[in-house]
Write a protein that binds this ligand. Structure first.
Ligand code: OFO
Length: 177
């Protein structure tokens, strides 16, 4: 059982995580078409992570015996002015997601929902990493400036990222449980 406010907040977070995936897919598509295949890869992997984040919350709601209240996933922006704008927007987005996660933690604490409070701690840690990573990439791109050789090197480095399911060992198939 979940209190109605917590069910709503967790459900909204599923939608927010899927929007994050959509946003990163759009950014990935833009970078791909602009010739930045490494950035495109990094962002596509990020989109896969966001789907995993959303799905894990979805499963948690099911595990608590509730029906996830799935909302509409809005369309992401389709055009960007270059890698710097992409990653600046990614950082801003992650700061916004952090605020959403923090609200869930505060609500769970206020409602004495220890299970949700415990569950959301992983996301609090994750957001620290998400913001730090996006911030570092913004810094690097700013440092590179107009140097296309260095930008090419960074793009090549970003091609190395691969997807690992962060919940590979923890997911339960709630539908079969
Ligand atoms: Fe789900 O961490 Fe980014 O948004």
């Amino acid at each position: 059982m979940l209190k109605i406010g917590i069910l709503k907040a967790l459900s909204d977070q599923v939608t927010a995580e899927y929007y994050s995936a959509y946003l990163y897919m759009s950014m990935s598509a833009y970078c791909d078409q602009a010739g930045f295949k490494g950035f495109a890869n990094w962002l596509y992997v990020q989109a896969q992570e966001e789907i995993a984040h959303g799905t894990h919350i979805f499963e948690h709601i099911l595990d608590r015996g509730e029906m996830p209240q799935l909302g509409q996933v809005n369309a992401p922006p389709l055009d960007f002015a270059g890698p710097l704008e992409v990653f600046t927007k990614a950082l801003k987005h992650e700061e916004y997601v952090t605020s959403l996660i923090n609200k869930i933690a505060s609500l769970a604490r206020d409602e004495n929902d220890h299970a949700t409070y415990n569950f959301i701690q992983w996301y609090i840690e994750e957001q620290v990493e998400e913001e730090a990573t996006a911030s570092l990439i913004v810094q690097k791109i700013k440092f590179i400036g107009e140097n296309s050789a260095m930008l090419y090197t960074l793009d090549t480095e970003m091609a190395a990222r691969t997807f690992t399911d962060p919940f590979a060992n923890t997911n339960t198939d709630a539908a079969d449980a």
